[in-house]
Design a protein around this ligand. Structure first.
Ligand SMILES: [Zn+2]
Length: 191
C-alpha cells in the first residue's frame, strides 16, 4: 500500500543519514579553548583564507593519553607562551593529543606564532609530546587528517595545500623523527 507520509518520512531519514555521514567524513570534533580551560588571547591578528601551506609541529614536551592530562599540558604550554615568551596566546592554531582529540589553540583565521616567516601563510598544527621518542597513534593521524580536511572545506587552506614539517622551513628537529616519518607518507606533503 502506498503511503505518502511514510515515504516522505523515509526520504527525510535518508537525507539525514547522508548529511550525518558527510559531517562525519568532513568534520572533526574540536575541544574548544574554553573547554580545556584556556585563557583568551591578549590580541589577535587575522589570518587570511585559502592559504597554501600547513606546517606540522610537536610541542617537544610531555605526551598525554587522557583528555584530563592533555588539558593540563595545554594550560601549561599556554602559560609558557603567554607568561614566559610574552606571546598573545598559545602559539599554534590547533593541537592534537595522544588521546586522539583535537584541541583549539588560536583557532581558524587567527595568525599563529609557530614558524618564523610562515605564520601569515600557513596554519600551524602541533602534536603534544616529543616524537623523537613518543609514537604517533592511528587515532592522532586520523584526527590530523580530519582537521586538515576541515580546513580545506571551510576555505582556510586550498585543497592543493602543501604540507611541511617545521624542519623544512626552519632550522629545527621539530616535529620529531616519528612524526616526520609519518607525514612524509601523506598526500599533500612535499619534499
Ligand atoms: Zn615546530
Amino acid at each position: 500500500m502506498y503511503n505518502q507520509t511514510s515515504t516522505m518520512a523515509n526520504k527525510a531519514l535518508i537525507l539525514l543519514a547522508v548529511f550525518c555521514l558527510a559531517q562525519a567524513a568532513l568534520g572533526v570534533n574540536i575541544i574548544s579553548k574554553s573547554q580545556w580551560g584556556g585563557r583568551s588571547a591578549t590580541s589577535k591578528t587575522s589570518l587570511g583564507s585559502y592559504l597554501s601551506y600547513a606546517v606540522i609541529h610537536h610541542t617537544a614536551g610531555n605526551y598525554c593519553t587522557t583528555q584530563a592530562a592533555c588539558q593540563t599540558q595545554l594550560r601549561n604550554i599556554q602559560a609558557y607562551h603567554m607568561d614566559s615568551l610574552g606571546w598573545a596566546d598559545i602559539g599554534y592554531n590547533f593541537l592534537i593529543g595522544g588521546d586522539g582529540n583535537v584541541y583549539e589553540g588560536r583557532g581558524w583565521n587567527v595568525m599563529g606564532a609557530h614558524a618564523t616567516n610562515w605564520n601569515s601563510k600557513s596554519i600551524g598544527i602541533s602534536f603534544l609530546g616529543n616524537y623523537n621518542t613518543d609514537k604517533i597513534t592511528a587515532a592522532q593521524t586520523t584526527a590530523a587528517k580530519g582537521l586538515l580536511s576541515d580546513a580545506v572545506s571551510r576555505g582556510q587552506i586550498v585543497s592543493g595545500y602543501i604540507l611541511y614539517g617545521h624542519r623544512q622551513v626552519s632550522a629545527t628537529e621539530c616535529p620529531g623523527t616519528n612524526i616526520w616519518n609519518e607525514i612524509r607518507t601523506w598526500s599533500n606533503w612535499k619534499a
